[in-house]
Ligand binder design. Structure first.
Ligand SMILES: Nc1ncnc2c1ncn2[C@@H]1O[C@H](COP(=O)(O)OP(=O)(O)O)[C@@H](O)[C@H]1O
Ligand SMILES: [Mg+2]
Length: 370
């Protein structure tokens, strides 16, 4: 078993660049944790520190209670899968999968059993004699997974393993990786810049930006209760919409006001925003949280003009001009409107986000599980 703990970890590269500062993170045994963030935010650096491919320059890295800072990579009981597969081109699939075990001096019979077991699990049995160039991208990535799997490591580390695959295959492989985690019962740490992948795979998502953790939580927490506008914008497609405005009191109710728009905040939100009337805020409205009702409800209605209609199969994207802003929504295909039409949309006020207009911090966020 392996619980991984990073305690105020810093990583400064030899050229002086500081990629991580004071990063603290606990990864539970058997968890599936996804490090998510834009290119250059420090995901691979964090993974490489756990793998032992890079040295921690400050702070401490633990596996369970053991400090790992100076333990070399090959003594860490981790296996890593890379985006580039990193297969040996002149070796067969069988030998690629077996290689790590051979290097560690496993007996031939044990190697054979493990390779065949992994091949069965990953549906590679018919391909064991082939060379990597005779395989599709998806099959190559399966071989790379197989090579990690036969090691039976305590921790699987995966750095964007599906990024080279086409969209359909990527979705199929996500399901396989998730299944693999369930049957292996080991810790997975998985790096991606793809928010949909993170939401699909993770028990816990760690959102990173410029070497700093922005939020840690379950996919639901990260999506429904983002800690700031960075996290809110990074997840969701099309991205969340923002409207600057003000919190106002209307009798008993707390409202979000901008121009002619007045949204009555539901009781649960109003409770969290007690005493904040008069404050300038940024409203966050997710693309999928509008709909059309035959009788628009007061306090939940957004008037505007359809500026573009983009069908995407089961859904459509609407460009929508309202209150001097261009917003993007995702609605069902049954909503029939043309460019230029004036429309009243119902807003799902239960899912509104409210951020400080200066810092971008959520005014609704109060820690995980809140
Ligand atoms: N060997 C290195 N030397 C100097 N800077 C590096 C090195 N490797 C990565 N970096 C820098 O560290 C930052 C984080 O990189 P990385 O962890 O690869 O990001 P990510 O995987 O999130 O895209 C980037 O700004 C990158 O340019
Ligand atoms: Mg990377």
């Amino acid at each position: 078993m392996a619980r991984i703990r990073l305690q105020s970890v810093g990583k400064r590269y030899p050229n002086g660049f500081s990629a991580l500062e004071n990063l603290s993170l606990e990864i539970e045994d058997k968890a599936f944790v996804v490090l998510l963030g834009p290119s250059g935010c420090g995901k691979s650096t964090t993974l490489n520190l756990i793998a032992g491919l890079e040295d921690v320059t400050s702070g401490a890295l633990y596996f369970d209670e053991q400090i790992m800072n100076v333990v070399p990579a090959h003594r860490r009981d981790v296996a890593m899968v890379f985006q580039s597969y990193a297969l040996y081109p002149h070796k067969s699939v069988y030998e690629n999968i077996a290689f790590g075990l051979r290097m560690r001096g496993h007996p031939a019979a044990d190697i054979d059993r493990r390779v065949k077991d992994a091949a069965r699990r990953l549906e590679l049995e018919a391909l064991l004699d082939r060379r990597p160039h005779q395989l599709s991208g998806g099959q190559r990535q399966r071989v790379a997974l197989g090579r990690a799997l036969v090691r039976q490591p305590a921790v699987f580390l995966m750095d964007e393993p599906l990024s080279n695959l086409d969209a359909t295959l990527r979705i199929a492989m996500r399901a396989e990786i998730k299944q693999l985690h369930q049957t292996m019962q080991t810790t997975f740490v998985y790096v991606t810049h793809d928010q949909a992948e993170a939401l699909t795979l993770a028990d816990q998502i760690v959102v990173m930006r410029d070497g700093v953790i922005q939020q840690i939580g379950s996919p639901e927490e990260i999506y429904d209760r983002p800690r700031n506008t960075f996290v809110a914008s990074f997840l969701g497609n099309p991205p969340i919409n923002y409207l600057e405005g003000m919190l106002t009191e209307e009798g008993e109710a707390l409202c979000f006001q901008r121009g002619s728009l007045s949204l009555v905040l539901p009781h649960a939100l109003a409770l969290r925003l007690k005493g904040q009337a008069g404050r300038s805020v940024k409203l966050g409205l997710r693309a999928e949280e509008v709909d059309e009702h035959s009788v628009p409800r007061p306090g939940e209605t957004l008037h505007g003009r359809v500026s573009s209609v983009l069908p995407v199969g089961s859904d459509q994207y609407l460009g929508f001009e309202a209150e001097g802003k261009l917003l993007f929504f995702r609605v069902g295909r049954d909503l029939r409107h043309r460019e230029g039409e004036n429309v009243a949309l119902s807003v799902n006020v239960n899912r509104l986000q409210i951020f400080d207009s200066g810092t971008g911090d959520s005014l609704l966020w109060s820690g995980n599980g809140a």
